[in-house]
Write a protein that binds this ligand. Structure first.
Ligand code: GLN
Length: 275
């Protein structure tokens, strides 16, 4: 049996190499998910292979096959790390991306007031709003999404937090109050972008921004002022080639002090503007 465990591991890693840049880590995570054992057990044969374990290892093979057909790892494990914790993800939510942490980082470092009201539009898993809420217990966060399924997941992710509430709505429609900060990572991929074929497991709703990818950003910018206090701040994530277009839309809507930020890969990724 030891030999076949080694074989199983080697074969699985060889398969995962074709799809993943980090096959060993992915194998360890899937092993842990299937067996309930720690990730380090994945590299040893130090466990009893009883009938329950044989079932577990079959399940592991199913996970490996799913992964090899292109299902992103977080949609199999149901979790993805963002900022300082693990977020539950489902087929109804985008997988939080590391570059989105820039929004959280900027909002925390540039806004020092004790009590601020923040609106996170299109929260998905809740990654942005929940991370801010955890870091600033005195701030009040409202997080929205059009998808009730996404909101259900975000609520689960926010368990234990008292300073965040959730609202189902389309961007700023039906938001009545004003905020110091509005933040969003809206869908910003063009409908015909070839990259969409690599993102076929993520919800279209969370990815596609219309013909030029800027539909949601335009909608948010055009309506944000009514829900921002005087000198309120709008922080938006955008596509690597959308900085000039977003800047122009912000100017047309009378936003000022527009500032752009690059992500760790050196791409223009976030824009901030004052109302
Ligand atoms: N705000 C969420 C995130 O950044 C979801 C974004 C989206 O669905 N476009 O992960």
């Amino acid at each position: 049996m030891n030999r076949s465990l080694d074989e199983l591991r080697q074969e699985a890693i060889k398969k995962l190499e074709k799809i993943s840049g980090d096959p060993l880590r992915e194998y360890m995570e899937l092993f842990s998910l299937a067996t309930g054992l720690s990730k380090t057990h994945a590299l040893t044969n130090f466990f009893e292979v009883n009938s329950k374990r044989i079932e577990d290892l079959r399940l592991l093979e199913t996970y490996i096959s799913q992964r090899c057909t292109g299902v992103p790892l977080p949609y199999i494990t149901g979790i993805e790390g963002f900022w300082k914790k693990e977020f539950r993800v489902t087929a109804d939510t985008l997988i939080p991306r590391p570059e989105t942490e820039l929004l959280v980082e900027l909002i925390l470092s540039e806004n020092k007031s004790k009590c601020l009201k923040v609106l996170d539009l299109g929260t998905g898993t809740g990654a942005i709003g929940i991370s801010i809420a955890e870091e600033r217990p005195n701030w009040k966060i409202t997080a929205t999404d059009i998808s009730l399924f996404a909101l259900r997941t975000a609520k689960i992710n926010s368990r234990g937090l008292k300073n965040i509430n959730f609202v189902q709505c389309f961007w700023l429609n039906s938001i009545g109050t004003s905020f110091d900060i509005i933040v969003s990572n809206p869908p910003y991929i063009c409908d015909n972008d070839p990259h969409l074929k690599y993102l076929r497991y993520e919800p279209r709703l969370a990815l596609e921004g219309g013909r030029d990818g800027l539909g949601p950003a335009r909608e948010i910018i055009k309506t944000a002022k009514k829900n921002l206090v005087d000198k309120g701040r709008l922080y938006l994530e955008h596509g690597y080639d959308q900085k000039d277009d977003v800047t122009q839309i912000l100017r047309q809507s009378d936003f000022c002090t527009i500032k752009s930020y690059k992500d760790f890969a050196g791409h223009d990724r976030v824009i901030k503007a004052h109302s």
